[in-house]
Design a protein around this ligand. Structure first.
Ligand SMILES: [Fe+2]
Ligand SMILES: [Fe+2]
Length: 358
């Protein structure tokens, strides 16, 4: 019940009325969408989070995360084991403030067939999302991820029977969707300590990537989506491009601060897209962190410079969080814009002092 008088207003009433930013608008849109035969629909949930709905109305969420970044300056320095300490030799906390609105309410999700998570970084896996899915989704759907992701879910109290460990080479069938698990190229995850792992002093130890992170090739009857998690650029994208017929590639794009190598840059996104032999590339992750914000128009500009020279057959899409993408309808689209509304104009008489008022 919204507050009606300032005497009723508290920080909690403000939080409840304002947050999440989009309320259940997107939940309702997803639930109310009937995907036509021969198509699939995706929604961007912010960062690397996407919702995929097939023409059999199967729903798959990937890297659904509803958390935040820094919220106060009052934090201790990073530990010596923190990945950014290890990479940069610094200790100051990074000013990574969340810039993306919260476009989905995880506690309003009732219908979902599987949750996939690529790796255990806390902008891809979320305790609130795990709780909401375990408690509120109508059927006991699987939560799927590599070993370190499952270790994190178990540590949060997710029942073991709901967790499904995958490795590169595995195939998982969810109704009409086949999920091929492939290698990740996320070198940052190799220097991040997962839950449960004994921290060794030996920084020269190279852990097993396959236990820490995976990429997903999600095959629907209307097309195939490649989700790269936070993978960096790697020559082995070309092997994945040769092994699978990829229609839409979702890649982690961002601006790396000096001394950080974490996200793909615009040229990396184009090189990976060419190697994957995809029809569409959608750069994601650029939206979320204040200190790594990037502009997908840079990818588009570079694509225009290079497409004739290299014979690019793919299109890059500048998407927006909360936006919808339909394949194949949007295959050649370069820029997404939200619904502008007012499509029922003049279905009623206008009520103005005279008709040429504006
Ligand atoms: Fe990550
Ligand atoms: Fe990330």
């Amino acid at each position: 019940m919204p507050a009606r008088n300032i005497s009723e207003v508290t920080r909690e009433t403000w939080m409840n009325e304002v947050f999440p930013d989009w309320g259940t608008w997107l939940n309702e849109e997803i639930d109310g969408t009937e995907v036509p035969h021969g198509k699939f629909t995706m929604w961007w949930l912010g960062n690397m989070g996407v919702w995929i709905k097939t023409d059999r109305q199967t729903n798959i969420a990937v890297d659904l995360w509803c958390g935040t970044g820094k919220t106060t300056h009052n934090k201790p320095d990073m530990s010596a084991r923190h990945q950014w300490s290890r990479l940069t030799g610094g200790r100051k906390i990074q000013p990574n403030l969340r810039t993306t609105p919260m476009v989905i309410d995880p506690f309003a999700i009732r219908t979902l067939d599987a949750l996939l998570v690529t790796h255990f970084h806390h902008d891809h896996i979320d305790m609130n999302v795990a709780a909401a899915i375990v408690h509120n989704v109508e059927s006991p759907i699987p939560l799927i991820g590599p070993q370190c992701v499952v270790d994190q879910w178990l540590a949060w109290g997710v029942p073991a029977e709901r967790c499904h460990v995958v490795h590169p080479g595995d195939e998982v069938r969810i109704k009409d969707v086949t999920i091929h698990v492939v290698e990740s190229f996320d070198r940052t995850v190799l220097i991040t300590d997962p839950v449960k792992v004994e921290t060794s002093s030996g920084s020269a130890d190279i852990p097993d990537m396959d236990e820490r992170a995976v990429n997903y090739v999600i095959e629907t009857t209307a097309g195939t989506i490649y989700h790269a998690g936070d993978s960096h650029y790697c020559t082995y994208y070309a092997e994945h491009g040769a092994s699978f017929d990829i229609d839409v590639a979702l890649l982690a794009y961002g601006e790396n601060p000096v001394s950080v190598q974490d996200k793909m840059t615009s040229v990396d996104v184009l090189r990976a897209s060419e190697a994957l032999n995809t029809n569409v590339v959608i750069p994601l992750h650029w939206d979320v962190w204040s200190n790594m914000l990037a502009d997908p128009h840079e990818v588009e500009t570079l694509w225009k410079m290079r497409r004739e020279r290299f014979g690019y057959r793919f299109h890059p899409l500048c998407w927006l969080p909360g936006g919808r993408f339909v394949y194949p309808d949007d295959r050649n689209k370069l820029e997404y814009y939200h619904d502008r509304g007012f499509d029922d104009r003049y279905t009623h008489p206008v009520d103005l002092p005279y008709t040429s008022f504006l």
